[in-house]
Write a protein that binds this ligand. Structure first.
Ligand code: AKB
Length: 320
């Protein structure tokens, strides 16, 4: 049997970089695609195609050229950036997804797609711990695009037989590549301020609890759901998953256990309004039951790993 060929669209981003490294370490064939080249040294030897996911013909051509049969479509405008440029964000998020779904629907060989949704599908009217079937009325362009994207995935699954799998990611925290334009980004950028003379200024309020996850668990979730038997999937849309919930204050207190001189302050901006509409946590029982979702990194472990990686240049947990 021919080996699977994975393509990562958005491979130079925060999650794409970590996923590329993980697939490479597992001996998989991987092609990286993005509008900007990767920067992390550990993946520079992988084939790279500079391509815009909105270029349907170009994307289809490169996917056929490499005989790709597993697409990880990660390219997206995130919540904070999306509010600043709504038309651009909507176009990128919806056109990109529809191009990928169309390519899979018309493919000559069976294709499998991973496309991440987000906690941003929930809104101010959702409960504090969002259930799998929670009421969804997102308040951001990003959230609306993820919510509608989930419905497009369900439509392509039902009507065009596309095997597309999805999870609702919380905030993702890792070291290999920076995040870009998210509301949960404070929990990554703070680790670049550990040794600053000035206190770190947080753009969310002290008590704003959000669901979060270390990158190793995020990559593991994607690869687990991609290898699960299709019959096991009861969920028509995207599965809730999370690893932990914390507020900025809880994170910073944990950091101070490792960095006694670490100081912080709060200057909430428009991103606080976005975060306030998201749940504190998710009920992810269905993912645990259907495909064995089981996170491994908790808050103390996350902080320990991130502090070491930043201060002592040690590799992140799963980095090789
Ligand atoms: C964001 O903050 O926009 C993302 C997300 C929660 O999907 N990290």
């Amino acid at each position: 049997m021919a080996q699977d060929v994975h393509c990562i669209i958005g491979a130079s981003g925060q999650l794409g970089t970590e996923m590329a490294l993980s697939l490479k370490a597992a001996g998989e064939r991987v092609v990286l695609m993005d509008i900007k080249p990767p920067t992390y040294s550990g993946i520079l030897d992988l084939p790279f195609e500079r391509i815009d996911v909105c270029d349907a013909a170009g994307l289809a051509d490169r996917i056929a050229h490499h005989h790709v049969n597993h697409i990880h479509h990660l390219a997206a405008a995130l919540s904070a950036r999306g509010e600043q440029d709504p038309q651009w964000a909507w176009n990128l998020n919806m056109k990109g997804l529809l191009n990928v779904l169309e390519i899979a629907a018309g493919a000559l060989q069976p294709m499998r797609i991973f496309w991440p949704s987000s906690i941003a599908v929930f809104g101010p009217e959702s409960g504090p711990i969002a259930g799998q079937e929670e009421h969804r009325w997102p308040a951001t362009v990003y959230g609306i695009s993820k919510n509608v994207g989930e419905q497009w995935c369900a439509w392509y699954r039902r009507n065009r037989g596309v095997d597309v799998r999805s999870v609702r990611y919380p905030g993702l925290i890792g070291t290999l590549a920076p995040p870009g334009g998210g509301t949960t980004d404070y929990a990554v950028e703070v680790f670049d301020h550990l040794d600053n003379a000035e206190p770190y200024s947080c753009f969310l309020e002290a008590s704003e609890r959000l669901p979060m996850m270390h990158m190793d668990d995020a990559v593991d979730a994607a690869l687990s759901i991609m290898s699960a038997p299709q019959e096991a999937m009861r969920c028509e849309e995207a599965y809730n998953i999370q690893a932990m919930s914390f507020s900025p204050e809880e994170l910073f207190v944990e950091i101070r256990r490792h960095v006694p001189d670490f100081r912080w302050t709060y200057a909430p901006d428009f991103r606080q309004g976005i975060a306030a509409g998201w749940p504190d946590g998710l009920d992810d029982r269905m993912a645990r039951e259907d495909w064995g979702w089981s996170p491994t990194v908790d808050l103390p472990q996350l902080v320990d790993t991130m502090v070491r990686a930043r201060r002592f240049k040690e590799p992140a947990l799963g980095a090789v």
